[in-house]
Structure formats: C-alpha cells, structure tokens
Unconditional design. Sequence first.
Length: 300
Amino acid sequence: QINKMFGTVVVGVGIAGLARIRDLMNPMPSSPSEHLKLFGFVSRRNFDNINEAKQISLEDALRSKEIHAAFISTENRNHEETIRMFLEAGKHVLVEYPMALSAKVAHELWEMAEQKDKILHVEHIELLTEEYKQLKKEVAGKDLVKGTLHFTGHVLDENKAGFPAFSGIARLTWLIDLFGDLTVTSATREKQKDKNYSRMTVHFQTANKKPLTWIEERGPGMRREKKINFCFTSGCLENFPQAPRSAVGLFMQDQNLFAKKLLGQVSKEELAAEKWRILRCLDLAEVIQQHCEQPEKICS
C-alpha cells in the first residue's frame, strides 16, 4: 500500500470541480493525497486544458484501467447517475454532498459500493471548518434545552439542486453531529414564486425529547449566513466561538480523508459511524420533504 498510486478523474468543473483539480495537482507534501494522481477531467463543455489537466471523455474515464477513482462535482440532480456509472465500472467514488436527492437511491448506491468493495465517500466540508470544530468543542458535554439553526442564502435552482432539505443537508449534518439522532416532529415550507423566496422550517426532537429548529431561507440578495441559538442548562450560545483560519483548505482536508480511506487507514468504527450519519441525514431530508409537500390540511 505504501507506494500505491490511485489514478483519479474529476467529473464536472464548477467551483468545486476546479478546486478539486487544483488540489489534486498540488497535493500537500507527505499527506495521503500524494497517492492520488490526476489523469484528467470530464465536462459537458469543451475545454482544452485546465492548469495542465487534460479533458477526457466520460467513456474513456469509465473504461481506463489507469483511473481508480472519480471525484464527482456535477449538479446535485446528476450525482446519482454519475455515481452509479463509476461504481459499475469498478471505480471508487468521492461525491460532493448531497450524494443523492432521495434516501432510497442513497441506500441503493451505498449497497452497490459495498457489494463492489469500493469506497463511496461523501464530501462534508461543513464539518471540517475551524468555525464548526470550535462550535463542537463548545457544545460537547452540555445539556441542550432547546436550539435553533437559521441559514440564509441566495436563490438556488431547485431543478438542479433539489429540495431544500437535500440542498441544505449540510445544516442537518451539523445538528446530527452536534446533538445525536433526531426525529422530525413537523416541517413546513413557504414559497413566494413571484419573489423567488423560500423558507423551510423544520422542528425536531432529540433523543432526550428536546426541541431543535432548523430554518433554511433563501431569496434574492440574501447574504450567505448561519445564525445559532443553542440553549443549555448552563446558558445560551448565540454566537460562533472565535476560530483561527485553517492552514489547510477544506477540499484538501476532504481529499486527504478520501485518500486515507483508499489506503485502508480509516478504522471500521469511523467508517460505520460516518455511513450511519450520512444515510440518516438523507433519510431525514426525505421525511422533511414529505412533510412539506403534504397538501394543506383543511380545517373545517
């Protein structure tokens, strides 16, 4: 394993895809990423090269014996099809969250990866930010009384990004990672088509029956921002703890984690906990979507 090299391809060259190409071409010295070698990228658009990386066709990427892993950075709604193709071709897969736009599909893909003995890794850079790491330390060992996580951001095209519970799954991941398993007690969504505005409100209960609320709000000109209000028996936390800037970029941290998995350096326990968290969040996202899409109950 020590000298093993894994050939990689990046599929999709949006913001994340370009970051992936950059990081694969400049791995951190003496990090697991040095075992990854970029063979090229796949895009529906035509490029010559991007920083020395060459464009290759999807067919060649799937067929090539030299490519062992695909980094999937396409639009959310295309994740499923792309993951399936690469797993079927016997490649490991790293995909940006959410891995799929339905829980059923996510479970199927995960099963497929296990049957083929391939790594399916879902990027969760939101758990790698210094801001989040500090928050997690701050919350550790405290007893929650109630809490709210309120996200605002610019408008997303839902046909491409999926329902807000899926496109915003990073927030749900935070809540599950901070407070353990959650149950959805109710979820509603307000949409103003003419104003291009959307607000989803989800109410959860923790295992200890404490209430948590997640609000995902998007509209024109809304700043990308997270607000927290977590109240514990010991007091409330309303601002993020001060956090230093990380020396290592988030995509690079994620890439190192993927490389560690390929090299067999991540414990079975860690892998199992991560699988549970990812699939649990997708299950909850689906429950939330079903709640929000129920026809309004008419009260007589």
